[in-house]
Design a protein around this ligand. Structure first.
Ligand SMILES: [Zn+2]
Length: 172
């Protein structure tokens, strides 16, 4: 246990609690559904993923024992890497600059439902070449059935509904 904690402690130092305000497009809390917000501004690509914790962990209550605490910690560490949820074509030359993963159990609340948010900030060498983003998260998280994606690119915005069978977010 101590070894495990030490390994993740270093990662957690880099994890900040995401902003308290909810995602602008995040819909009502619905198990099986997550949202992805993507915006491009100059060479910056910002992606925010918001999901009921149930989709990712199978439960939303506070961890009840050491094993559950480890699962929860491992999930948050895993989500600091965007590749577990999505892949960006190499042509856009995007490099991850920072990641924040929220800690929905940080504050106790009477609401039994919890959402987890991950925010990834990329710098892209060729952001204008970004035409598709593929959602891989359906493979890793079997309870995730749908991702509602919203994008805001210079001069254009839109939304798209993605599933295990339709994983590709096409950008105009
Ligand atoms: Zn819930």
């Amino acid at each position: 246990m101590a070894k495990f904690v030490a390994r993740f402690a270093a990662i957690f130092l880099a994890l900040l609690v995401a902003a308290a305000h909810p995602a602008a497009h995040a819909g009502p809390h619905e198990h099986g559904v997550a949202s992805l917000e993507l915006s491009v501004d100059g060479s910056t690509l910002l992606v925010r993923f918001s999901s009921p914790l149930d989709n990712l962990l199978g439960w939303e209550r506070a961890p009840r024992n050491e094993q559950e605490q480890r699962q929860y910690a491992a999930l948050r560490a895993e989500l600091a890497q965007p590749a577990v949820i999505l892949s960006i074509p190499e042509v856009a030359a995007c490099r991850l600059e920072s990641a924040t993963v929220s800690d929905p159990h940080l504050k106790s609340s009477s609401d039994p439902h919890k959402d987890l948010e991950a925010e990834w900030n990329f710098r892209c060498g060729a952001a204008a070449s970004l035409r598709t983003i593929t959602i891989n998260g359906f493979d890793r998280f079997k309870r995730l059935r749908r991702v509602d994606a919203f994008y805001a690119l210079p001069g254009k915005s839109g939304k798209s509904r993605l599933t295990g069978r339709q994983r590709e977010l096409k950008l105009p």
